[in-house]
Ligand binder design. Sequence first.
Ligand SMILES: O=C(O)c1ccccc1NCC(=O)[C@H](O)[C@H](O)COP(=O)(O)O
Length: 256
Amino acid sequence: MTTILDKIIDKKREEVALLKQSALTYKTDRTPISFYDRVVASKTIALIAEVKRASPSKGDINLGVDPVEQATIYADNGADAVSVLTDTPFFKGTMDDLKAVKENVEIPLLNKDFIIDEIQIDRAKASGGDIILLIAAALNDEEMHRLYRHSKEHGLDVLVEVHDEAEMERALALEANIIGINNRDLHSFKTNLAVTERLMSRYGKEKAIFVSESGIKTREDAIRLKEAGARALLVGETLMLAGDVAGAVRSLKVEL
Ligand SMILES: O=C(O)c1ccccc1NCC(=O)[C@H](O)[C@H](O)COP(=O)(O)O
């Protein structure tokens, strides 16, 4: 059965083909900021706070958001990284959002996109990204290894995202040091924090930093995921819809 991810990746292939045809090159000598080091040093659960205008599961979430204003509130209230969704067709984000946030915020930035080719990694780094995302469900082993190596050679952190045991085994075989467990089912779009609990109980917490992703709403959720062994949380919709964004960020930063 075709998932939304298959549709997104089909569109991404067109985007990558156009990028490769263009005369643009993505060279930069900047040194990315380490998210991994920040998490290891942190005494609280780390928070990756996301700028997310829209999504396939929810449609429009917050189209009027100013990414710089939102990211500044995140950073000023204790977020450890900002995730900027740069996919346009499905999430209504842009690479310009990432560049603008980079100019104004000093914590690490995750270029949240659907990476299938090295050129997107080079573009991410040149546009201010410090972390890139590799989604196990979208890549075969050869692609994951090649793209992981390319990112590491360029000094970037890599968040390797998994949904189930089989993908977790592949991420661990890669020796990924940051693994995201996505609580969102790609078929039904339903989120279930028990996915993190199930995978964390099966795989040793020592092998990587585990980030619980999607469907996180409250401080109680953060405590539950910390108790399951997660060292970091990735939160989008809850923060994009919060009346008090600063308070929402602070409430998720639970002590380890
Ligand atoms: O959010 C979606 O609808 C979605 C659908 C298909 C693939 C990816 C999707 N989201 C990307 C993400 O990983 C989330 O934006 C991120 O984990 C934050 O989730 P949330 O806090 O539930 O907004």
